[in-house]
Structure formats: structure tokens, C-alpha cells
Design a protein around this ligand. Structure first.
Ligand SMILES: [Mn+2]
Length: 324
């Protein structure tokens, strides 16, 4: 049997597709079209006949495999770990879990879910190098990094490969080739390839530039940091505040996103125990709702139409996050 695979165009989606490819090949099956997809496709995705009608590639349409992306009843195979996966009530009702269709939000990565499901459901014996891949996708997709420094310095081969994934987001041929590579080679070997090394070097340099900007402009108020990135092209470094100030509890950042100002708020993931308990009642997602946004307990965001209002919103949050 020949399939087409539609996978979320991030590291987890690509790694899920690689695991699927290795599994299919072990059964004498194969994939014809590798199709990276993003959430901007959601409207078209709601069409029951999406897989027949879309223009994402030319040529014959094979049975569809969907990975790390919302449920579609037309998918022959589907694995996802997003709790928000059902885009229609009717689809949620229609869904039946079986060997080829599974949702499990308990998994930090869809790569891990796909790997485990194929092993358990089909007695598949995956190549040994997938154990490392699965471990790292849990770290990356689940944001379980060992330290803030790890996310900035990108010393580990897996994180250098992550930089390559981020850098090839819009490069369709590179993305397709990468899935096959990931199915065949360990991360350590992929990290040694010249194209990957080049892109990892660029990312490391950009991160250090970003870090210098944070060092100069990051403000600390009690347990909270604030960075205004609206006047710079430096890309935001989510964990830089905790690299510079390991004991702060929260980071607030303002960035410009199109016509809007984006306020992102996050909790320092490396603070545990008593210091964290002090703020047990702070729910960032709930706080963001006041500004028309949302999120989870430890991270949230909102879009605000003017810079003045965005900064005022950030300033109003500081005492709340400080527990005052
Ligand atoms: Mn994922």
C-alpha cells in the first residue's frame, strides 16, 4: 500500500512522519507524498472532502495519514496528542479509537505516541536510534529542557537539528528530504551534516545576539521580568530571562506581530517547591482572558492593538504576578 502523509510542520510532526515511514517500509508499504501542514489550513481542513480537493500537490491521491494535526474523518491513519484536536462536534462523536486512529494528550510528543502505538498495536520492532529521537521530542515538544542555557547555546546534537528544522520551515524540498533522513539516521549523525551545522551556527549566533539585547533591556521587578521587543528585529528568547535571573518566577514579553502587539507571559519552568507554591493561585491563562487572550496555568498570551495599551497591560500584571 502507498500512502500520503500530512504532518504538522514542526519537529514533532516531522519526527512522527519519520517513525511512520520506517514502520510502513518494514511492512513493504511506502509513502508517496510528504505534505507539511500548518494551522493556517484549518478552514479548508473542515471540508469532508479535503483530501480529494486540496491543491497541496499534483498527482494521484493515496490514502491519507495525518500526524500531530487535527482529526479528519478522511484519514486512513491518524495519531495526535493535542487535546483541541476535534474541530467539529460531529467528528468528535464519529471518532472511534482503533489500531490506526489514536488521540492521547498524555504524551509530551506525538512522535512518542506514534512510536509506542505502532509498537504495541502491530508488534513492530523499531530501529534502535528512534529511542533517542523519541526522548528528545518529549523534551522539545513538551518544553522539558534541562536548563535555560541549553535552549540558548544549542550544544546538544538534537537541539542543533531543531535549529535546522526551524530554519527550513518554508523549504518544502528540504522538509521532505529531512523526514526520510530522520527515518534512517540517528540525530548525532544528522547534526554532523554541513547544511545542519551551518544552520545551527546561525541560530547559535542569533541567540547570543538576542541574549546581549536581553542583558541590556530586560527589566526585573521583584519576581517578574519584562522585555519590550517591539523596537528590535531580535527574535524572542523565551527562556533568556531565566538564564540571566535564575530565581525569577515569571517573564513578560511584548513583541510586534503584524498589526498587533503580542503579550506573552510564562512561568520559569525550573522553579520548583516552596518558591513555586507561593504563587500556586496564579493562573496565567485566566489573567490573559481579561485582555481577550488565553492559555494554560503556566503560559498564556494575548493580542493588543496599540503599543501603549500593551505596555500598560504588562505594567498592570507585574504586581499581580508578584502576589501583591
Ligand atoms: Mn506535537
Amino acid at each position: 500500500m502507498t500512502y500520503d502523509v500530512y504532518f504538522h510542520n514542526d519537529f514533532d510532526g516531522r519526527a512522527s512522519a519519520a517513525v511512520m515511514l520506517a514502520f510502513l517500509r518494514s511492512r513493504g508499504d511506502d509513502i508517496m507524498h510528504f505534505v507539511p501542514v500548518n494551522f493556517d489550513l484549518t478552514k479548508q481542513w473542515l471540508d469532508e472532502r479535503f483530501f480529494v480537493k486540496h491543491a497541496l500537490f499534483k498527482g494521484p491521491r493515496n490514502p491519507a495519514i495525518v500526524l500531530d494535526f487535527p482529526y479528519h474523518p478522511g484519514a486512513a491513519i491518524w495519531f495526535d496528542h493535542h487535546p483541541t484536536t476535534f474541530k467539529k462536534e460531529a467528528w468528535k462523536k464519529m471518532f472511534r479509537k482503533d489500531r490506526f486512529h489514536r488521540l492521547d494528550p498524555e504524551y509530551l510528543s506525538n512522535c512518542h505516541l506514534t512510536y509506542t502505538a505502532l509498537k504495541e498495536n502491530f508488534g513492530w520492532r523499531p530501529p534502535a536510534h528512534f529511542r533517542d529521537l523519541v526522548k528528545w521530542l518529549d523534551v522539545i515538544d513538551g518544553a522539558r529542557f534541562a536548563s535555560a542555557a541549553q535552549t540558548i547555546m544549542l550544544k546538544e546534537p538534537a537541539l542543533q537539528v531543531m535549529a535546522y528544522v526551524d530554519g527550513t520551515e518554508d523549504d518544502r524540498p528540504a522538509t521532505e528530504a529531512f523526514v526520510t533522513l530522520l527515518a534512517e539516521e540517528p540525530l548525532d549523525e544528522i547534526a554532523k551534516m554541513p547544511a545542519v551545522r551551518r544552520m545551527a551556527k546561525i541560530a547559535q549566533k542569533e541567540n547570543l545576539k538576542g541574549l546581549a539585547y536581553y542583558r541590556k533591556h530586560l527589566k526585573t521587578m521583584g519576581d517578574v521580568t519584562l522585555i519590550d521587543l517591539t523596537a528590535t528585529t531580535i527574535s524572542s528568547l523565551r527562556f533568556a530571562p531565566y538564564y540571566l535571573h535564575p530565581t525569577v518566577l515569571y517573564g513578560v514579553r511584548i513583541t510586534k506581530k503584524g498589526r498587533f502587539y503580542h503579550m506573552g507571559v510564562g512561568a520559569n519552568p525550573w522553579i520548583k517547591g516552596a518558591a513555586r507554591k507561593k504563587h500556586a493561585d496564579v493562573h496565567i491563562g485566566e489573567l490573559m482572558r481579561k485582555f481577550g487572550g488565553g492559555g494554560h496555568k503556566n503560559a498564556g498570551a494575548c493580542e493588543i492593538s496599540s503599543k501603549k495599551d500593551a505596555l500598560a497591560a504588562a505594567v498592570s500584571l507585574i504586581p499581580v504576578l508578584n502576589g501583591e
